[in-house]
Design a protein around this ligand. Structure first.
Ligand code: IPE
Ligand code: IPE
Ligand code: MG
Length: 247
């Protein structure tokens, strides 16, 4: 087996592996620009990086990988760029449907998919159905996703349940969590943002309350398993106190 964060030739063991890693896939456009290529070439390269990193996460034993692929704000981009991203998504979903069982990968889409084409919605439903027959590693792909929109949606779903008698009593954090796209999934331990920006851009606002953040200037298409190892090593050097005091 190749060296990785859990198994290296020096026989050193990592202290602890994050169960859930979240990544903001940023820097595709700049990667393409640097090479004199159209922005969509960057998205294509970024989608290949995603395949590699998802495979690597599964290999080393991460349980959940959540990636931010298209935000509720990304519709502001040119029609050409948006339709290029949607075409890549179509391609990726077809591949996933073909390979998920064989690779034992569950997949979930977080976001309002009603704004996507009926064809994409159908493919997403198909990946949902296949996922129910699989156990193990889960990749969550955020598409037309916004953290604020997710919280508003959860509140609306809860209000509907109250109005229709399916929910009662006081609203608690635990109850509201059950209405998030990520219901039942542990919060991300580690949030990685490549691409050199130091902001959250409306990603997982609810779930990242106590995540460890890792920023790097590496552009997403250049991100490698070694970069992920660095992020995990940094995570391992942190002291997670969750508001308490270290004893
Ligand atoms: C991230 O890369 C992908 C999406 C937001 C869809 P960008 O396209 O934002 O790349 P930069 O930030 O312009 O380099
Ligand atoms: C965040 O990247 C969204 C995704 C990666 C999908 P952006 O490039 O859209 O974020 P900003 O505009 O730099 O905040
Ligand atoms: Mg960007």
């Amino acid at each position: 087996m190749a060296d990785n964060i859990l198994n290296n030739s020096a026989g050193e063991q990592a202290k602890c592996l994050p169960r859930h890693i979240a990544i903001i896939l940023d820097g595709n456009g700049r990667w393409a620009k640097k090479r004199g290529l159209p922005r969509n070439a960057g998205h294509l390269a970024g989608s290949e990086t995603f395949r590699n990193i998802a495979t690597y996460c599964k290999e080393i034993g991460v349980e959940y990988l959540t990636v931010y692929a298209f935000s509720t704000e990304n519709w502001k981009r040119s029609t050409e760029e948006v339709s290029g991203i949607m075409r890549l998504l179509d391609k990726y979903l077809h591949e996933a449907i073909r390979d998920m069982r064989k690779k034992n990968i569950r997949m979930k889409v977080f976001g309002d998919i009603s704004r996507l084409s009926p064809k994409l919605q159908e493919l997403i439903h198909e990946t949902d159905e296949i996922s129910q027959q699989i156990e193990g590693f889960q990749a969550n792909i955020c598409i037309n996703y916004g953290g604020r929109a997710e919280i508003v949606r959860a509140a609306q779903l809860y209000a509907n349940d109250v109005a229709e008698g399916r929910a009662e009593g006081e609203l608690t954090e635990e109850k509201l969590e059950g209405y998030m796209y990520s219901a039942g999934i542990p919060d991300p331990d580690l949030l990685i943002r490549p691409g050199g920006e130091y902001r959250i851009s409306n990603f997982l606002l609810w779930q990242c309350a106590y995540s460890e953040f890792y920023f790097t200037d590496v552009l997403w298409p250049d991100f490698t398993p070694e970069e992920l190892d660095k992020a995990i090593a940094s995570y391992n050097s942190r002291d997670r106190r969750f508001g308490g005091v270290k004893t």
